[in-house]
Design a protein around this ligand. Structure first.
Ligand code: FAD
Ligand code: NAD
Length: 477
C-alpha cells in the first residue's frame, strides 16, 4: 500500500522547494522527492540554482570582481595595492561553503514546515502515483491528490565538443576549477557564457567566446546589447559572432575548428566551457502509460495556470514554457500551491525581470524597443546615461544607461532596460511600476534619494517627456 499525500512535488529546486513550502503553509500534507547528490556526496535540496547555478556563479562573480578591482581597478580612488594574488582554491571552497549553508537552510525549512523529503529519483506513473528509486536501489510508491512536476533542466551537449574531464566542461564544471586556464574558449555568448567567461577573464584568463548567431544577446534591447558588446570587448572578452564550432580535439589542451564569415578557423586553448543552453529533464516523466503531453520544444505542455493535460498533475519552472529563471519557477510554485488550496492567484509573466550578472550588469523587464516596433505599438522612450549620475561618478563606475519605454498615448510603462553597475538591484523599480500598471509620469513624480544610482531611473522617466534635468533633452514636453 503506497503512502498518500495531498501534494507530492517532484524536484527540490527553486520551483519545487518553494511550491512545497507554500503547500505546507496552506495546511496540505506535502512531500518533495529530490535525488541530488552534492560535491560532498550527500543528498541536497536546492536544485541547479543553489548547487551549481545562480548562487555559486554569483559567489565567484563577486570574488573575481573584488580581485580584479584590487589588482587594477582602485587607482582612480587613489588606492595603490601591491602583491595582489588570487587564491582560487580558497575562492572555490568559500563558494562551496555558501552553497552548503543555503542548501542546509532549505532542509531546515522543510523540517520546520513538516515537509517529508523523499530522497531518490521519482518516475511518474498513472493514477497520480510516483515510483521512487532511492540511493540503495530500493523502490517505493507514493500517491497524491496533486502532483507538481519540477524536475528542472540540464546543460545541452554538442557532439562537436564532447565533455572531457577537466579540459571541456559544462557550467557546473567551470564552477570548480582550482586553477586559472591561461587561454579559455567559451562556446555560447548567452547568459552563462558571459557570466562564467567574466569570472575567468577577471582572474586572468585570455577568453575567446564563440557564438553561433550573428546577433549578440538577441533577447536584449538593441541599444543596451550594443553598449554591452563594446564594454565587454574593452574588458578583453574576445566575442566572435557567427562562429560555428565544427570539431574539437583534446591534446595538451583543446584544438577547436570553427567557421565564421571569413571561412575555416583554428583555435588552440587550454580549456573549454560549453554553454549553449539547457534542456528540460523529462526522461522520467514520459513513461508511455503516464501519457503526459510534451510540446514541440521538449517542454512539458501546460496552460496559463501550469496545469498539464492530466488532471491533478501540474508542472513548473525550467520544465515548462517561459524564461529559465529561478524566480519565475518559484513564483509558479507559489501560484500552483495556492490554486491547489482553492485560492485565487495571479502571476504576471510580463513583469518577470531578467539579469545578466556581468560587469556592467544588464537588467530588464517588459518589452524591448524592437518588440514594440514589431507590435506596431506607438511608444516614447527616455534614456539617461550613468556618466551624468553623481553617485556613479563617486563610484568611478559610469558605464551604461537607464532606458524607459512607455505607451505614447496612455504613458503606461512598457519596459525598463538598465546596463550599469548594480542594475540588478535597480530593476525592481521597473518590476513594481509594471506590476502596478504605473506610468513614466508616476516614476517622474516620485522622489528618489540623492545621490543614488536610482536617480537615473527618475531622470530617464523625465527624459521620456523631454524634461530631464541633468542632461540636455532631445525634445520638449
Ligand atoms: P532545477 O533547479 O533544475 O531543479 C530541479 C530539481 O529536480 C533538481 O534538484 C533535480 O535533481 C531534481 N530532479 C530532476 N529529476 C528528478 C527525478 N526524476 N526525481 C527526483 N528529483 C529530480 N536563474 C536565475 O534566475 N538567476 C541566476 O542568476 C541564474 N544563474 C544561473 C547560473 C548557472 C550557471 C545556471 C546553470 C543556471 C542559472 N540560473 C539562474 C537558472 C536557474 O538555475 C534555473 O532557472 C532554476 O534552477 C530552475 O529551477 P527548477 O526548480 O525549475 O529546476
Ligand atoms: P542561452 O540560451 O542564454 O545562451 C546560449 C547561447 O549559445 C546562445 O546565444 C546560442 O546562440 C549559443 N549557441 C547555441 N549553440 C551553439 C553552438 N553550437 N556554437 C556556438 N554557440 C551556440 O543559454 P545558457 O547561457 O546556457 O543559459 C541557459 C539558461 O540558464 C538561460 O535560459 C538562462 O535563462 C538561465 N541562466 C540565467 C542566468 C541569470 O538569470 N543571470 C544565469 C545563467 C543561466
Amino acid at each position: 500500500m503506497s503512502e498518500k499525500y495531498d501534494v507530492i512535488v517532484l524536484g527540490g529546486g527553486p520551483a519545487g522547494y518553494v511550491a512545497a513550502i507554500r503547500c505546507a503553509q496552506l495546511g496540505l500534507k506535502t512531500a518533495c522527492i529530490e535525488q541530488w547528490i552534492n560535491k560532498q556526496g550527500k543528498p541536497a535540496l536546492g536544485g541547479t540554482c543553489l548547487n551549481v547555478g545562480c548562487i555559486p556563479s554569483k559567489a565567484l562573480l563577486e570574488s573575481s570582481q573584488i580581485y580584479a578591482d584590487a589588482a587594477k581597478g582602485l587607482s582612480s580612488h587613489g588606492i595603490e595595492i601591491s602583491g595582489v594574488r588570487a587564491d582560487v582554491p580558497t575562492m572555490i571552497s568559500g563558494k562551496d561553503k555558501i552553497v552548503q549553508e543555503l542548501t542546509g537552510g532549505i532542509e531546515h525549512l522543510f523540517r520546520a514546515n513538516k515537509i517529508h523529503w523523499i530522497q531518490g529519483s521519482g518516475s511518474l506513473l498513472p493514477e497520480r502515483q510516483i515510483e521512487v528509486t532511492d540511493i540503495d536501489s530500493g523502490k517505493s510508491r507514493f500517491q497524491a491528490d496533486n502532483i507538481i512536476l519540477a524536475t528542472g533542466s540540464r546543460p545541452i551537449e554538442i557532439s562537436a565538443v564532447p565533455l572531457h574531464s577537466d579540459r571541456i566542461v559544462d557550467s557546473a564544471g567551470a564552477l570548480d576549477w582550482e586553477s586559472v586556464p591561461q587561454k579559455l574558449c567559451v562556446i555560447g555568448a548567452g547568459v552563462i557564457g558571459l557570466e562564467l567567461g567574466s569570472v575567468w577573464r577577471r582572474l586572468g584568463s585570455e577568453v575567446v567566446v564563440l557564438e553561433a548567431q550573428d546577433t549578440f544577446l538577441p533577447m536584449v534591447d538593441r541599444q543596451i546589447a550594443k553598449d554591452a558588446l563594446r564594454q565587454f570587448g574593452r574588458q578583453g572578452l574576445d566575442i566572435k559572432l557567427g562562429a560555428r564550432v565544427m570539431a574539437s580535439t583534446v591534446n595538451e589542451g583543446v584544438a577547436l575548428e570553427y567557421t565564421d564569415k571569413n571561412g575555416e578557423q583554428q583555435l588552440q586553448v587550454d580549456r573549454v566551457i560549453v554553454a549553449v543552453g539547457r534542456r528540460p529533464n523529462i526522461d522520467q516523466l514520459t513513461l508511455p502509460e503516464a501519457d503526459l503531453l510534451i510540446d514541440e520544444r521538449g517542454l512539458v505542455h501546460v496552460n496559463d495556470n501550469c496545469e498539464t493535460n492530466i488532471p491533478g498533475i501540474w508542472a513548473i519552472g525550467d520544465l515548462v514554457r517561459g524564461p529559465m529563471l529561478a524566480h519565475k519557477g518559484s513564483e509558479e510554485g507559489v501560484a500552483v500551491a495556492e490554486r491547489i488550496a482553492g485560492k485565487h492567484c495571479h502571476l504576471n509573466y510580463d513583469a518577470i525581470p531578467s539579469v545578466i550578472y556581468t560587469h556592467p550588469e544588464i537588467s530588464w523587464v517588459g518589452k524591448t524597443e524592437e518588440q514594440l516596433k514589431e507590435e506596431g505599438r506607438a511608444y516614447k522612450s527616455g534614456v539617461f546615461p550613468f556618466a551624468a549620475s553623481g553617485r556613479a561618478k563617486a563610484m568611478r563606475d559610469t558605464g551604461g544607461m537607464v532606458k524607459i519605454l512607455a505607451d505614447e498615448a496612455s504613458d503606461e510603462l512598457l519596459g525598463m532596460h538598465i546596463i550599469g553597475g548594480h542594475s540588478s538591484e535597480l530593476i525592481g523599480h521597473g518590476v513594481m511600476a509594471i506590476e502596478f500598471q504605473g506610468t513614466s509620469e508616476d516614476i517622474a513624480r516620485s522622489v528618489f534619494a540623492h545621490p543614488t544610482l536610482s536617480e537615473a531611473i527618475h531622470e530617464a522617466a523625465l527624459a521620456a517627456d523631454g524634461r530631464a534635468i541633468h542632461i540636455p533633452n532631445k525634445k520638449r514636453s
